[in-house]
Design a protein around this ligand. Structure first.
Ligand SMILES: [Zn+2]
Length: 135
């Protein structure tokens, strides 16, 4: 069945990030000058305006910073997933990312819960980083 939810469209700055996801590796754009990691990817460091940025692999470990449970689908395509969790995960290495928590019920999700990245291969080009509880 065709994937009918919105998909990211990689651009020049985010292409390495999405290529990493496709290879099931979470990459963090990191400043060579000050070490700051940032998400979403940009052409400059948001801390020191440095232009030299590198892609470094993340451990993929993190903790739930905040979350909400979605019980009303924003479109038909999401109905089958209800209820589902949208969360902000604090990823080891210094970025927070919006994602889904999967692999458990919404009732099991807690702030501060340790999670690890898993990749959902939703199309030929795109794999979405999601997180599951560390058990
Ligand atoms: Zn910097």
């Amino acid at each position: 069945m065709a994937y009918d939810k919105p998909l990211p469209v990689p651009n020049a700055e985010s292409k390495p990030y999405w290529e990493g996801c496709k290879a099931h590796q979470l990459l963090l754009q990191t400043c060579d000058a000050c070490g700051h990691a940032q998400l979403y990817p940009r052409s400059l460091c948001t801390q020191c305006q440095g232009e030299s940025l590198s892609w470094r692999p993340s451990s993929g470990q993190g903790t739930v910073y905040s979350f909400t449970v979605v019980r009303r689908a924003p479109s038909q395509a999401f109905k089958q997933d209800l209820p589902y969790v949208i969360a902000i995960v604090e990823v080891e290495g210094g970025v927070r990312m919006m994602t889904n928590i999967i692999g458990c019920t919404p009732e099991e999700v807690q702030m501060g819960m340790p999670v690890r990245v898993v990749f959902d291969d939703v199309s030929q080009e795109i794999s979405l980083p999601k997180f599951e509880p560390v058990k």
